[in-house]
Write a protein that binds this ligand. Sequence first.
Ligand SMILES: Cc1ncc(COP(=O)(O)O)c(C=O)c1O
Length: 400
Amino acid sequence: MKIKFVDLAAQNLEIAERVGFELDLIHSNTSYVGGHQVESFEREFADFLGVKRVIGVANGTDAIRIALLALGVGPGDEVVTVPMTFIATAASIVQTGARPRFVDIDPATGNMSIPALRSFLESLSRNERRAVRAIVPVHLYGLPAPMVELKEIAAEFKLKLVEDACQAHGARVRTADGMAMAGTLGDAGCFSFYPGKNLGAWGDGGAVATNDDEVARRVSLLSNHGRLSHYAHELCGYNSRLDSIQAAVLRAKLEKLAEWNERRRVIASAYRELLAPMDVHPILPPDGIESCFHLFVVRSPRRDAIRNALLQNDIECGIHYPVPLHLQPALAYLGYRPGDFPASEALADTTLSLPMHPHLNGMEILRTVETVASALLPANERVSAQRSNASQLDTASPDA
Ligand SMILES: Cc1ncc(COP(=O)(O)O)c(C=O)c1O
């Protein structure tokens, strides 16, 4: 039996009735873009996050691009981010007309390194520093970046802080005022609702969260044709809206999100315990950080052998991400070279994402861990383990 990397069908079973009811309403009202579903979702997600405003947009990439534009980032500006992320983090910066500048990650968490960020900013001349307008940390794999320290640096260097929270729905960070949700601590937090996310739609979707009314106003304008009213436009904006069907699905899944995230945390603890004796190194949240385990990631120099063993045993797994962004052809014009960001390159070479979703069961976790263990056995032990498995099968099979 295949072990799935994510199981959207199992999620759908839990929300089918609720979504069916809302879809009937949408069809009878024929209100497909904006309207009650979208407004309700925006309010409900804002309540869940504990943030003043949420504005739905078409996808996570647009959420980052539009948040940066709303904060005044544009051509001639530079935006600092990390190379170990999905291409959309940098692509959205490029789409504003700004230039991405990379700093390396902390090898323990995969997130932006505070010492690397500080030394990058301090290495710039006064003129160079003026071009840098914003920092975009990524909460990689659902594990929040060190937001308290990032806020201090952003304030010190007068930079905007836009969180790429596209993998971090419901992850939390300890602050002086208690635990706060990822995506609510910067000037804006950007979410993707791509189907496989912890909170995923039945298509594309995204949102910007902010406590700043003016940023919210500009994000609303930019994402909806610069509209003040139906045919009055303050600026030439974009068509980047969340539609009613996605909003209805998101409302139903939002009711389950806390419970589903809790199940992910339980699964992560089980993986952690079972993998502890082995030579694989999970990425785990440091003190004061609560991951939502969008992915459960281990690092191993024998990553490819483990991956092959999993795939051969019908266990889906992934590599997030095999090539850091500074080595992607799309960003070659930035002029970076292999070796520029050693921690990102090391993670790309060793990272492996094991199956992780709220409906993964105990047998599936055990089978996955046993397969990892078998791939790590020395070659001679592997052969004798295979022989002993085969002879057990022989003994168990009835005579023909
Ligand atoms: C870290 C990160 N940033 C940005 C995005 C972009 O989101 P979307 O695919 O909704 O545009 C994603 C989605 O995969 C992501 O994982």
